[in-house]
Design a protein around this ligand. Structure first.
Ligand code: IPM
Ligand code: MN
Length: 356
């Protein structure tokens, strides 16, 4: 296969982990006889510094012309001034919108070797295997917003909007995934308060009833979900929710496995390239030190191969190589629990070696 992959290293530790991700993809290409053309493009804070724009047009064009995109992370304290004209995060929101990436898949599974690093007890978290579907191009993130005068000074507002079609398409994807997994779907909303959630609940219920009658379906309010995720994470299979609830719940869920450095995510649309990234941020405090954990990026590369290039065997090869490397006891600092740790590049060497 010939594929065009765009690399968006971004800020902070992004360039370090994407460089290792690139090596892993190169190893896959060699081992399986594929040709991956990989080109790097700027996004985020560094793009603001160099081009005055967190998402320069050539980056958008290259992404649209690609088969898949691997992203590191964007943002950092350097660009955090609340009065700044633009922010690194704008680049990420804009690329999601430009490419129509309405579904954000965030798998939360535990690696048995690392369960004891979880802040929760082993008996609560071991065996957790949840796949979140977070709606990514609608809701309060993309509604009308602004400021207006107010008697106390000014007021600010953000509108939360979802249409029938937006709910249908994300619920359909989530339900189809549930059918292929353990057959259970949980839809999360705030229908006791928000009109938007009442539409969401109505539409989600109808899609499941008409198109996926065989799956087990439940609705849970977002505040209760925050609680259940921590107290009984093993009860969930596929979870579908809106943009902001999904943002918050997946950060909470990311603590279950005890290792943020191992969680990938995929953002996909109905066609065109998908965007794959580790769930963690740009970690500016450790940037440039060659200590960041590249494993989430490797697992994101595996999702890229599976979802955008349909290369299942290759995806599994990366996942097995990551597991095997962990099983033989190698740890980057974040998962070493104070013990011996290896660098970003050595972790890259080991996984590439493991790939054979
Ligand atoms: C995420 C991030 C982004 C979001 C930010 C960086 C815009 O938190 O991908 O979860 O809120 O979607
Ligand atoms: Mn987030």
């Amino acid at each position: 296969m010939d594929a065009k992959i765009v690399l968006l290293p971004g800020d902070g530790i992004g360039p370090e982990i994407v460089a290792q991700g690139k090596r892993v993809l190169e190893a896959i290409a060699t081992n399986f006889g594929h040709t991956f053309a990989m080109a790097e493009h700027p996004i985020g804070g560094n793009a603001i510094d160099d081009f005055g724009d967190p998402l320069p047009q050539p980056t958008i064009d290259a992404c649209k012309d690609s088969d898949a995109i691997l992203l590191g992370a964007v943002g950092g304290p350097k660009w955090d001034d609340p009065t700044a004209k633009t922010r690194p995060e704008v680049g990420l929101l804009k690329i999601r919108q430009e490419l129509g990436l309405f579904a954000n898949l965030r798998p939360i599974n535990t690696f048995d070797e690392l369960v004891d690093a979880s802040p929760l007890r082993r008996e609560i978290v071991a065996g957790t295997d949840i796949l979140f579907f977070r709606e990514l191009t609608g809701g309060i993130y993309f509604g009308d917003s602004g400021r207006r005068p107010h008697e106390s000074g000014e007021e600010a507002y953000n509108e939360m909007v979802y249409s029938t079609g937006e709910v249908e398409r994300i619920v359909r994807l989530a339900a189809a995934a549930a059918k292929e997994r353990r057959g259970k779907l949980t839809s999360v909303d705030k229908a006791n308060v928000l009109e938007v959630s009442r539409l969401w609940r109505q539409v989600a219920g109808r899609v499941v009833k008409e198109e996926f009658p065989e799956i087990e379906y439940e609705v849970v309010l977002v505040d209760a979900m925050a609680m259940h995720l921590i107290s009984r994470p093993k009860d969930f299979d596929v979870v579908v929710t809106g943009n902001m609830f999904g943002d918050i719940l997946t950060d909470a869920a990311s603590m279950l496995p005890g290792s943020l450095g191992l969680l990938p995510s995929a953002s996909i649309g109905s066609d065109g390239p998908g965007l794959y990234e580790p769930i963690h941020g740009s970690a500016p405090d450790i940037a440039g030190q060659n200590v960041a954990n590249p494993l989430a990026t490797f697992l994101a590369a595996a999702m890229l191969l599976r979802h955008s290039l349909n290369l299942n065997e290759e995806a599994e090869a990366i996942e097995s190589a990551v597991s095997a490397t962990l099983q033989s006891g190698h740890r980057t600092k974040d998962i070493a629990a104070g013990g011996t740790s290896i660098s970003t590049t050595v972790m890259g060497d080991l996984v590439v070696q493991q790939l054979g």
